[in-house]
Design a protein around this ligand. Sequence first.
Ligand SMILES: [Zn+2]
Length: 66
Amino acid sequence: MTTPPPPITEPDPSALTCPGDKIGPCAACRRNTHRYGLGGNPLCAWCMTTARDNRGPNVHHYNSRP
Ligand SMILES: [Zn+2]
């Protein structure tokens, strides 16, 4: 994965395909992302990738520290 993330002013792609009331800020970078409801995640796809790279593929919990 060498694709750099877009600027945080760009919403996560998931935010473009979910209902507007399910959108919230990423817990790490504050980018708009599909945060709530079914399929939501407190981290945007970019931070998800970073977390996975840092901690390995078997991590199920995220710290919410900034
Ligand atoms: Zn993020």
